[in-house]
Design a protein around this ligand. Structure first.
Ligand code: 13P
Length: 257
């Protein structure tokens, strides 16, 4: 972990209007203003992006989107493209979140197209992978992860993985209060890093940040971050409140007591 800057990313899902999101972002900004050794990112819903961009202007906090469509423009009612998100101030885009896979028919193939579109725009994809409870119970965790990596990254230039972020989010731990234990998470993170090492070499594997997501809270972040291959967190519920979000960022700083 030592050589990788921790990243704490808040996925605000379909919560908060523009003014509410800007308010939380402004509070978060002041709460973490003194922390310079942890990267922080927030991903509000599309309609809040511009107001949050405004609230974060000049700060170290990065702006992310929760999804993207792979075409640049066209007759695709309801969709938003990578160049549009970039123009709105986004530097990161979450792709393949399990809620999109579960409720909006996202597949490894659509994830792959989105990852490529994000890369092409010079933005950072935060690609989410993770097994369901049934898959874990059937002993399929590693094969599911491997397939998501192989198909999600198919045809992606491996050198580009340098500015890539992966998020391991076991579906059974999302919004359930059931966090994977630090050891369970580490085991999968190790597997992911080894996969990347085989695919893209040692140096890229070592610099790649792998976030854990699933019921991360101020109370469990330190245990997760103590693991060698956990480089930060993708946080849902606990990132909605600025104090609790800051309570997850602070313990990741070397300066924290
Ligand atoms: P929770 O932190 O609410 O479990 O959500 C995790 C998540 O899905 C982040 O993308």
């Amino acid at each position: 972990m030592a050589q990788r800057t921790p990243l704490i990313a808040g996925n605000w899902k379909m919560f908060k209007t523009g003014p509410e999101a800007a308010d939380t972002a402004g509070r978060l900004r002041s709460l973490v203003a003194d922390i310079v050794d942890v990267d922080v990112m927030v991903a509000p819903q599309f309609a809040a992006l511009c107001s949050v961009a405004e609230a974060l202007k000049g700060s170290r906090i990065a702006l992310g989107a929760q999804d993207v469509f792979w075409e640049k423009q066209g007759a695709y009612t309801g969709e938003v493209s990578a160049p549009m998100l970039k123009a709105a101030g986004c530097t990161h885009i979450i792709v393949g979140h399990s809620e999109r896979r579960q409720y909006f028919s996202e597949t490894n193939e659509t994830v792959n197209k989105k990852v490529k579109a994000v890369f092409e725009e010079g933005l950072v994809p935060v690609m989410c992978i993770g097994e369901s409870e049934a898959q874990r119970e059937a002993g399929k965790t590693f094969s599911v992860i491997e397939e998501q990596l192989e198909r999600g990254l198919d045809g992606v230039d491996h050198a580009g993985l340098e500015r890539f972020i992966l998020a391991y989010e076991p579906v059974w731990a999302i919004g359930t209060g059931k966090t994977a234990t630090s050891d369970q998470a580490q085991e999968v993170h190790r597997f992911i890093r080894e996969w990347v090492e085989k695919a893209a070499g040692n140096s890229i594997a070592n610099s790649l940040r792998i976030l854990y997501g699933g019921s991360v809270k101020p109370e469990n972040i330190a245990g997760l971050m103590a693991m060698d291959d956990i480089d930060g967190a993708l946080v849902g519920g606990a990132s909605l409140d600025a104090d609790s979000f800051a309570g997850i960022v602070r313990p990741c700083s070397a300066g924290s007591a």
